[in-house]
Design a protein around this ligand. Structure first.
Ligand code: MOS
Length: 712
């Protein structure tokens, strides 16, 4: 995908989307394509005893109904394949919707009709449901221990022991996941809706025993992902398998209902925080215990306890991670993984501690501010959190919040705040920059466009590095035939791919300087008689992947402070977000417009998590209760006030990458839930520790409260 010549205040990919020129995976219909629909197990637990395909095969337009007997055994699957126990590999049913057949047809409609005619036979068994599954220490996760938490808890003036719960949530990108696969002999091309095309190559090559050189993944535009398209899911492998069996290209796009079971979701997570503190609120110890559900056969760990190892200056820390195996499909990271859940618990506990000791929540955080990384004493690569607190409090009017009116008509008004933080995921990558004889510049980087504005940022980075007008920069992206970049997840894209692009531009700059001609680039090339200068650039990290600066002398995180004003109607338990102020410290902000959009989206995402979103496992049958989007509550424009005040601390992190930037995307989604819960408590004295904060929980709490807090 390429675009040309536009001012940098306009997103590079915007005209493509506006005009419909942007093509998503399902828009590709190679010659002879067949459409595939998955047939899922009708029960959540038991054994598959047979699949009756006769009526399905007899359905007009259906060309085949594939079952386990038709499919090859796949080669060794390793991460980042999400699911290592592939569907069809045995007759055990581990979750409702687990694929047991694939219908291939000349049209989507015919495939759907064929699917309805397939009869699945099984012996049902009792499903394992959330809260009643087998609990075990999280595989592959070591407890983190610093100091003596038990002693801190025994000797502290004050102890809190609080459990915070969040429900499963499905990602539901507008574009469901899907794959179009075509074989040309032993070469495989997939048009895939993904966040990390480069990683799809290795998994598909391994699954089919072919050379990585023979796999090409094309994905310029990804219609949302939020983490659900980060790893490689079975349907991607099954689409390619079906295409090979059929001898024709196959398009397997998940139906909305399949999206509940054929890819991941954020798991159910229960977190217990035990805080030890002195009477003035100085922290003496934190114990953070996490349990998340995983699938019966595959492991997913949400390492939310990491948040507590990095946030506050505390001499004793212990983290523990458990998983609970239930009859559901495998969870996966969701936007703001790790700290999104972790900060919900830790920051809620901090707000409860502030109330318990009678200290302002902001002062409590300032008093426990970590000047170095508490878990290992490393200096921060950059941290403007104090500035963020101060500026946020100033913009919000935090210090005199309770001198303003506490009601507005039926609404009781509450104020809450929390710290925001994300770790730093850094992935290596490669990029190429080509200065052409006409003075134009081409950027080549395999990275995807997922709507965050990375192509715009790359354009700007190259223009800055070479001192050219952004209007002469073209970006070529979204194809594994281009230089292999890091993924589009973990808020890692601008720092990683941006650094590789900057390095490539600097390579061009060196070559230009070597020409020794002090004129504009186009003229320099003309005088030197060369068509183009091609620069190659790498962003490298030790060990191939770096989390929170682990391979460096620096502890790397991003920071922020969120302040929210929430209206609560105590008669109905209704909540309204009235305004929010977020101030963020995340290194250099490459493009303020797209950065602001990311943080605004994060706050809205946080409000949805805090007050609306919930996927339920039906407790008798063990399947997802609803498998469509009707009656699914997510924030819409009417829920969100215009007054979302987003700003950034002015900084440059010289350690994280080549361009001063760190990741920002997911930072904005952290801390919001804890701030909202605190605001609800401030308004009506009700503590809700299990998300989402639904009206009935508030109403029930209000009904059982004698008086509002502070006598208001
Ligand atoms: Mo996000 S869960 O890193 O796509």
């Amino acid at each position: 995908m390429t675009t040309t010549h536009r001012p940098i205040d306009q997103r590079v990919e915007a005209p493509l989307k506006l005009t419909g020129a942007a093509r998503y995976a399902a828009d590709h219909a190679p010659e002879g394509v067949l459409h595939a629909v998955l047939v899922g197990a009708p029960v959540a637990a038991g054994r598959l005893t047979g699949v009756d395909t006769a009526d399905g095969r007899a359905t007009p337009g259906v060309t085949a109904v594939l079952t386990a007997a038709d499919l090859p055994s796949f080669g060794t699957l390793t991460a980042p394949a999400a699911v290592l126990t592939m569907p069809f590999s045995d007759d055990v049913i581990r979750y409702e919707g687990q694929p047991v057949a694939i219908v291939l047809a000349e049209s989507v409609a015919a495939a759907e009709a064929g699917r309805a005619a397939v009869v699945v036979h099984c012996d049902a068994a009792e499903p394992a449901v959330l809260g009643a599954g087998a609990r075990e220490p999280a595989p592959g996760v070591e407890e983190f221990v610093l100091g003596d938490v038990d002693r801190a808890l025994a000797e502290a003036d004050l102890r809190l022991d609080l459990t915070y719960v969040q429900p499963p949530r499905h990602h539901h990108a507008m574009e469901t996941s899907g794959t179009v696969a075509r074989w040309d002999g032993d070469r495989l091309t997939v048009w895939d809706s993904v966040q990390a095309g480069g990683t799809v190559v290795g998994v598909l090559a391994g699954a089919f025993g072919i050379d990585e050189q023979d796999v090409r993944v094309i994905c310029p535009h990804t219609g949302g992902g939020f983490g659900s398209k980060g790893f490689i899911w079975p349907h991607e492998i099954l689409a390619a398998a079906a295409a090979r069996i059929a001898g024709r290209p196959v398009s397997l796009h998940l139906r909305r209902s399949d999206q509940f079971t054929a890819v991941g979701y954020q798991p159910w997570i229960s977190q217990t925080i035990r805080l030890a503190a002195s009477a003035d609120g100085t922290l003496q110890g934190i114990e953070h215990t996490v349990v998340n559900n995983t699938a019966l056969a595959d492991d997913f760990v949400e390492p939310a306890a990491i948040a507590s190892t990095a946030m506050y200056a505390v001499p004793a820390i212990r983290t523990r991670q458990f998983v609970e195996r239930v009859s559901l499909n495998l969870p996966t990271p969701m936007r703001a993984p790790v700290e999104g859940p972790g900060m919900w618990a830790l920051e809620s506990a901090m707000n409860e501690l502030a109330d318990a000791v009678g200290v302002d929540p902001l002062d409590l955080r300032l008093a426990n501010h970590a000047d170095v990384c508490p878990s290992d004493g490393r200096p921060w690569s950059g941290k403007g959190l104090r500035e963020a607190y101060e500026e946020g409090a100033r913009r919000y009017g935090w210090r005199d919040r309770h001198s303003r009116p506490g009601t507005d008509g039926p609404w009781r008004i509450g104020h809450g705040m929390a710290t925001c933080s994300m770790g730093s995921f850094r992935f290596p990558g490669h990029a190429r920059v080509r200065l052409r004889a006409d003075g134009s510049v081409a950027v080549e980087a395999g990275v995807h466009d997922i709507g965050s504005g990375v192509q715009t940022a790359l354009t700007q980075i190259v223009a800055d590095e070479l001192g050219v007008d952004p209007a002469v920069v073209d970006v070529y992206w979204g194809d594994t035939d281009l230089p292999r970049t890091g993924p589009t997840y973990g808020s890692s894209t601008t720092v990683g791919t941006g650094s590789a692009v900057a390095a490539a531009a600097r390579d061009v700059g060196k070559q230009l300087a070597a020409l020794g001609v002090d004129v504009d680039p186009a003229e320099a090339l003309a005088r030197a008689g060369v068509d183009a200068l091609v620069g190659e650039g790498d962003f490298t990290v030790r060990n191939g992947f770096d989390m929170d600066g682990a391979s460096t002398p620096w502890a790397m995180r991003t920071w922020g402070a969120i302040f929210v004003e929430v209206g609560v109607d105590p008669d109905f338990g209704l909540l309204r977000l009235r305004r929010a102020v977020g101030v963020y410290s995340a290194g250099r902000i490459v493009n303020p417009t797209t950065a602001r959009a990311q943080m605004t989206g994060g706050i809205i995402f946080g409000w949805g998590k805090a007050t609306m979103e919930e996927s339920d496992q039906e407790p008798v049958h063990g399947r997802w209760l609803a498998k469509n989007l009707s009656n699914v509550a997510v924030p819409v424009n009417a829920d969100i006030p215009a007054d979302l005040d987003v700003s950034f601390v002015d900084e440059y992190d010289e350690h994280a990458g080549l361009i001063g930037a760190k990741g920002i995307g997911e930072l904005g989604a952290t801390g919001v839930d804890a701030a909202v819960a605190a605001a609800v408590h401030d308004a009506v004295g009700v503590r809700v520790r299990d998300l989402p904060i639904l009206p009935w929980k508030v109403f029930e709490g209000v009904s059982s409260c004698d008086t509002a807090p502070d006598g208001r």
